[in-house]
Design a protein. Structure first.
Ligand code: ADP
Ligand code: MG
Length: 189
């Protein structure tokens, strides 16, 4: 099964000691994939470098190993796909395709602001998958800032309402692993 993960970042390779704020029991429970069976969501929040994408991929790998269909897209890739589909009058077909994967990982919400049209496309995707199939989402922005990211607070509220109805949110507050590596190499002093 092809999920096109950007890197093979496994749960086994994740150093929980470096990020003590993460409850490893919660992650271990997610790795058992009951949330996938139930079509529930997982949201990883936190600043850059704390392991959001790593953990999202790690859960995706577990799901692939369990035989689930998994798709990984950055938010940017998703929106490009949906915009193109919309322009080509194929939105319904593409939204349908995007509901097949039992797990859809959407990486990096918040780095690029969305237009209203994009927020509305994203809303349609979330609605399609709601209570049917899982989303794993990562964001560098807290929920309070999603209105700004989506350019529309009403839309953001509607999206969050569905997204969080059945969801586990993991708020990572620790230090960037990337910076730690640099510091170790003496690059940051
Ligand atoms: P984020 O998505 O939160 O910006 P990433 O998940 O991309 O951060 O992590 C940045 C890099 O550091 C990746 O190469 C990732 O594998 C690694 N990394 C982050 N946290 C850990 C950790 N606790 N243990 C091992 N590697 C980590
Ligand atoms: Mg990331």
């Amino acid at each position: 099964r092809q999920a096109r993960f950007p890197a093979p970042q496994t749960l086994e390779a994740f150093d929980f000691d470096f990020q003590p704020g993460i409850d490893r029991k919660v992650i271990r429970e997610l790795a058992a994939l009951a949330f996938v069976e139930r079509g529930e969501n997982v949201v990883f929040l936190g600043p850059p470098g704390v392991g959001k994408t790593h953990l999202a991929i790690a859960l995706g790998i577990k799901a692939v190993e369990a035989g689930h269909r998994v798709l990984f897209l950055t938010l940017d890739e998703l929106l490009t796909r949906l915009r193109k589909a919309s322009a080509e009058q194929r939105l319904d077909k593409v939204l349908q395709q995007l509901t097949y994967p039992k797990v859809l990982i959407l990486d990096e919400l918040g780095y690029l602001p969305m237009s209203r049209a994009e927020a509305s496309l994203f809303f349609r995707l979330v609605t399609r998958r709601y209570e049917r199939a899982s989303l794993i989402l990562t964001s560098n922005k807290g929920f309070a800032d999603w209105g700004e990211v989506l350019g529309d607070t009403v839309m953001a509220t509607a999206i969050l309402d569905r997204l969080l109805h059945h969801a586990t949110t993991i708020n990572i507050k620790g230090e960037s692993y990337r910076l730690k590596e640099k510091r170790k190499a003496g690059l940051l002093g």
